[in-house]
Design a protein. Structure first.
Length: 144
């Protein structure tokens, strides 16, 4: 990894659909060596993939809640069971294990507070080893 690779990653992280021509101008390489570097960054795992940024308001999925989850058991088997089960929940957009006064922080996306309440009661609270949850509803997304 050198400065040009970091420039490539920075530019692609902001606009992965940019053309090779435009990207080559931004990073100071001609398209052919630029394309070779991108392929290498992909192969080495620096670029895991490309994704569309969705307009969740238009999709009716703009209700975001952050959920603190405390487990009743934090031994390896319990963590593995929780991790596996939480991955299956479509509404959980992100799940982070936290070092602190709780164990996990989930970012949950639904279309409204009523559906979130159902998701919390029927799915999140039923995940393996969940002892308690605490919800924080997002008022506005300032930066993603």
């Amino acid at each position: 990894m050198d400065a040009i690779d970091f420039k490539i990653l920075d530019q692609l992280s902001h606009d992965s659909k940019t053309t090779l021509k435009k990207l080559s101008e931004q990073v100071g390489l001609s398209p052919s060596p630029l394309q070779a570097r991108i392929k290498k960054l992909e192969k080495e795992g620096y670029i895991r993939g490309y994704a569309a940024q969705l307009n969740y308001t238009k999709l009716g999925q703009d209700h975001i809640a952050f959920v603190q989850v405390t487990l009743s058991d934090t031994r390896a088997n319990a963590l593995t069971a929780f991790n596996s089960a939480v991955r299956a929940l479509k509404s959980v957009e992100q799940c982070h294990m936290i070092a602190g006064s709780f164990d996990y922080l989930l970012k949950v996306r639904t279309n409204n507070i009523r559906n979130y309440r159902t998701e919390l009661a029927e799915n999140i609270s039923s995940l393996p080893h969940v002892a308690s949850t605490s919800t924080f509803v997002s008022m506005e997304t300032v930066q993603e």
